[in-house]
Design a protein around this ligand. Structure first.
Ligand SMILES: [Zn+2]
Length: 747
């Protein structure tokens, strides 16, 4: 594929550009390789030497889902998978068999003995061919953990919910919504007959609920000591979900009423967390914390750190760093006890997310944020909470997980990004792991690559399933190793690369400052382009050429620089900015990419011109447009997917058929100014529009609301800030960015 001249190329968003490049493996290996939905590498042709990697200036990183459900594991019930005695990589489809007795590890080339039972077929009484053994055909394999892997018997799945019931919380009306959603999904919580559940609430004190079977109704117990919380009997508080089902349901129905008249303004989150930790200390489990304000009393008390100066301008580490070590220390203790903390922040005011998010960051948890949540005044947020909570409650989880990565000798672990605690350079603690868990590891090379034309990257996850089985899931990914720059460039996955660069930018914002992170990003992109220019056919001209695989890198980099979280004039609060940065680090790539470079589609013509070939339930999306005002017209309606929100901008001269059949408005004037969802109308155009929105949302663990906005001033500003290729008051256009890069690269 030809290099691309950036100043001339006007159409960078072709359909093939969205798919990760297929690793260039022989067909026999390709069909055994892990899907790129599970493991994605920034370079699908891995450079052979340290020098070559340094030359391209790009990060070599693997972004992977250790517990993805996109490829069913091949279950082996009768044996433990053999492991290389030298490097501990598990046997996988890429190893070679010298004979029936010996296999060669591809990660370190050590020779290993084949265990007697491995190739033996009990049915025929003979030995099977290694080429046809199912275990050696599948990139994802699962088996029961042998006793030596178990420190203790597998624990039941335990769910503990902690609800803020201060007067502020009750005013927001969130508890009614959460309890109702929990009631509706109680039977869909992943679990077995051993699953346990508990509920605590907190305001100025912590309240426990005895839910032991046999009681006629739940009994509340109050702990008023604000220094050291003494937890009453755990057996009565964490109860069997099935045997105490009626009591749990009655408590969920009663809770919103019990505290309705509360006048307590205090929020002792720290104490509630300590109590929860004590409750879960012997089993581990998942703690879901709902909080609506800054913790203002007891341990972990926080002060407001937001003022006018802090919201504007690039953020320094002082605003991004936690105000206290309390939450981090507690999180690390939780992690050691296999407790994951998921935070639901529903707050109208500043709540110091920088400090609170430590709870999830060090326990492999998730953070959900609903600014200005109110059950009456903010219908959109109510819907978002319901949808996200439902996904959260019902997604499959594994508990007490330990993740180990193995890789070909020659690769060296450099850094981990994502919500996990690093135990050693190849082992991570994940108290809870879900299909949405994503981690990124950056690697270096040490010039000791083994003599094999391919490399492998393997993740092995030891976890407890909801059925209470201790299992090991192995996923193996194979890539070719190459010797030339041209080949390295040909295999670059620009989406994974951008995912990694955004991780690095967020990390550097937290440790240094946003200003430095942005400057580093521009430097990195300049260096990448300069290297390529120096080896290109025209090193001394002013042309800005890039390899075909990197043609969208400057566009994406500009998108990241202009993300509202990184902007100086953004109308976001400090918590909103921190949350946006946190998302970049913790959400899967298909959700992160539209946050960096949103997808823009014209939808009125799409819906009427019959270009809607259907593909199962999803429909094929229209072609994305470049993010510039030149692509808009007052005659059209445009959908923009920003990952965390969708906007449909309706031009004032939009086709009246579209207004009526899709938006349910008889005229532009009568279109409501604050719609957060498309009306469901009984006509084909409406059905198609709904399907399109569903398709855009698919695979996103978040539920982006769909705001319908008119061509008027305030909403236009919301929309136009995402047209990142245009010049704005405070930020440069794509063309100006290219000029800046040209200046750095061509001098
Ligand atoms: Zn080995």
């Amino acid at each position: 594929l030809k290099p691309v001249n950036l100043f001339q190329e006007k159409s960078l968003l072709t359909a093939d550009a969205a798919r990760p490049p297929e690793p260039n493996l022989p067909l026999s290996l390709r069909k055994k390789n892990c899907s790129s939905n599970i493991i994605q590498c920034t370079m699908t042709n891995v450079p052979k030497s340290e020098l070559l990697l340094k030359q391209v200036k790009l990060p070599l990183a693997f972004i992977f889902h250790p517990f993805s459900h996109s490829q069913e594991p091949c279950m082996i019930s009768n044996m433990t998978l053999p492991q290389c005695t030298q490097c501990r990589a598990y046997i996988n489809p890429f190893v070679t068999f010298l004979n029936q007795q010996q296999w060669k590890c591809v990660a370190c080339l050590a020779l290993n003995t084949v265990p007697g039972a491995f190739l033996f077929d009990q049915e025929t009484g003979g030995y099977q061919d290694s080429q046809t053994l199912p275990v050696l055909q599948h990139p994802v394999v699962e088996f029961y953990a042998p006793p030596e892997y178990l420190d203790r018997p597998p624990q039941p799945t335990v769910y503990l919910f902690a609800f803020d019931v201060s007067s502020n919380a009750m005013d927001s009306g969130y508890l009614q919504i959460v309890c109702q959603t929990l009631l509706e999904n109680l039977d869909r919580l992943p679990g077995s007959h051993q699953t346990r559940i508990g509920i605590i609430t907190f305001d100025s004190t912590v309240h426990f609920y005895n839910l032991q079977e046999g009681l006629t109704q739940p009994r509340m117990m109050i702990v008023s000591d604000t220094e050291d919380v003494v937890v009453p009997d755990e057996e009565r508080l964490l109860v069997n979900l099935f045997r105490s089902r009626e009591l749990i349901m009655s408590l969920l129905k009663a809770l919103p009423k019990m505290f309705r008249e509360s006048s307590k303004t205090e929020c002792t989150l720290g104490l509630a967390l300590q109590a929860a930790q004590k409750l879960l200390s012997s089993t581990g489990g998942r703690l879901s914390v709902f909080v609506t304000q800054l913790p203002n009393t007891g341990c972990g008390e926080l002060q407001c750190r937001e003022d006018a100066d802090h919201t504007a301008g690039p953020l320094g580490w002082q605003q991004l760093a936690p105000a206290t070590d309390f939450y981090k220390d507690l999180a690390l203790e939780c992690c050691a006890q296999h407790i994951a903390v998921d935070l639901f922040l529903l707050s109208g005011q500043y709540s110091d997310l920088a400090s609170l998010s430590c709870l999830s960051r060090y326990t492999c948890g998730s953070v959900y944020y609903y600014p200005k949540f109110h059950y009456i005044y903010n219908e959109g947020q109510v819907e978002k909470l319901q949808r996200e909570l439902q996904h959260y409650l019902t997604r499959l989880i594994g508990t007490e997980a330990l993740l180990r990565i193995s890789y070909t000798q020659g690769l060296v672990f450099h850094a981990l990004y994502g919500n996990s605690f690093l135990q050693s350079s190849d082992q991570f603690s994940l108290p809870v792991v879900t299909q949405d868990t994503v981690l990124a590891v950056q690697m270096l090379l040490d010039d000791k690559f083994v003599e094999w034309p391919f490399m492998i990257f393997q993740s092995s996850l030891l976890y407890t399933s909801i059925e209470g089985e201790r299992l090991v899931r192995i996923q193996t990914y194979c890539l070719p190793i190459v010797n030339s720059l041209t080949e390295v460039y040909a295999g670059i996955d620009v989406v994974a690369t951008m995912g990694m660069l955004s991780n690095i930018a967020v990390d550097s914002s937290f440790t240094s400052s946003q200003a430095n992170a942005k400057e580093d990003l521009v430097d990195t992109v300049s260096e990448i382009l300069a290297t390529y220019k120096s080896i290109s056919a025209t090193p001394h001209t002013l042309e800005l050429t890039v390899p075909h695989s990197l043609q969208r890198l400057p566009l994406y980099a500009l998108g990241l620089l202009k993300m509202p979280a990184f902007q100086t004039d953004a109308l976001l609060t400090l918590d909103e900015r921190i949350f946006a940065m946190y998302q970049l680090m913790t959400q899967p790539l298909p959700c992160v990419m539209p946050m960096i470079y949103p997808d823009l589609y014209r939808i009125d013509t799409f819906i009427y011109e019959g270009s809607m070939a259907s593909e199962g339930e999803s429909i094929i999306k229209p072609s994305p447009l470049h993010l510039t005002i030149d692509n808009l017209t007052l005659q059209g309606a445009f959908l923009i997917n920003c990952g965390s929100a969708l906007y449909i901008w309706v031009g004032r001269n939009c086709n009246s058929d579209f207004l009526e059949s899709v938006l349910g408005a008889s005229s532009y004037k009568s279109l409501a100014p604050t719609m957060t969802q498309l009306p469901v109308l009984p006509n084909p155009a409406s059905v198609l529009a709904q399907q399109l929105i569903e398709t855009v949302r698919k695979g996103n663990p978040l539920y982006p609301l769909c705001y319908i906005i008119k061509d008027d001033k305030p909403s236009w500003a919301t929309f136009v800030q995402h047209l990142i290729e245009d010049h704005s008051e405070s930020a440069i256009s794509y063309h100006e960015f290219l000029l800046l890069l040209q200046q750095r690269v061509c001098n």
